[in-house]
Design a protein around this ligand. Sequence first.
Ligand SMILES: *[C@@H]1O[C@H](CO)[C@@H](O)[C@H](O)[C@H]1NC(C)=O
Ligand SMILES: *[C@@H]1O[C@H](CO)[C@@H](O)[C@H](O)[C@H]1NC(C)=O
Ligand SMILES: *[C@@H]1O[C@H](CO)[C@@H](O)[C@H](O)[C@H]1NC(C)=O
Length: 192
Amino acid sequence: MSTMIAVLLIFFMLIHAGSGNNEQCSSSMNDGTNIIIDRYVPLGQHFNFSCDAYERIKQKYLQIISVQWLYRCQKDSFILDNNPNSRFVYDQNEYFLIGYDIQSIHEGILECHVLYKNSLTNESNLESSTINLKVQDCNEKIDSNASHALRNPCQFGQCQVVSAKLGGIKHEKLYCDCFDQYTGLYCDGLFF
Ligand SMILES: *[C@@H]1O[C@H](CO)[C@@H](O)[C@H](O)[C@H]1NC(C)=O
Ligand SMILES: *[C@@H]1O[C@H](CO)[C@@H](O)[C@H](O)[C@H]1NC(C)=O
Ligand SMILES: *[C@@H]1O[C@H](CO)[C@@H](O)[C@H](O)[C@H]1NC(C)=O
């Protein structure tokens, strides 16, 4: 039974992978439990995201069969296979997804799919959670209102993007140039 569901799951993933959703990034899972969460990562930084669906299932003491992260949007769509050379890798043991040196091109949807089994009924089910990965690049014209500039993490300082070429590949990194009296990566600390 669970094998059949796994096969179906892969089948649906392939369908979605093939649809190359360019104009809009949307989640394939709309079962009501799947809330899409925006997560902002500064250019050139790493992230460490937890799989909310995994946390929910673990709390209910249900038997987890498999956990898989999927990446969709922009030019690519694929199952993250934990290749150590990949920019996205799974943390060991737990299902955190680590992303290294995030660039603008990596903006997209990260879905965590958890296949689990209810040991009383032997029923297999799928639960998922979705993260909308957004990259902070100092741009205040996007995702901003009067009080929040979500693409600018610099609290008391000037946001800037430094661009360099590493091995022929363009690489960008966000820096905060702190105003007097302020310190920290995002200028959110005061000098005493
Ligand atoms: C990711 O975060 C979790 C929870 O905070 C932590 O246990 C884990 O060590 C982190 N992984 C890495 C590679 O930093
Ligand atoms: C669930 O599966 C196990 C092992 O396949 C079996 O022994 C058990 O009887 C099944 N339980 C139910 C409720 O179908
Ligand atoms: C501005 O955006 C932030 C973050 O999305 C939100 O929490 C806040 O309520 C918004 N404020 C106004 C005045 O719309």
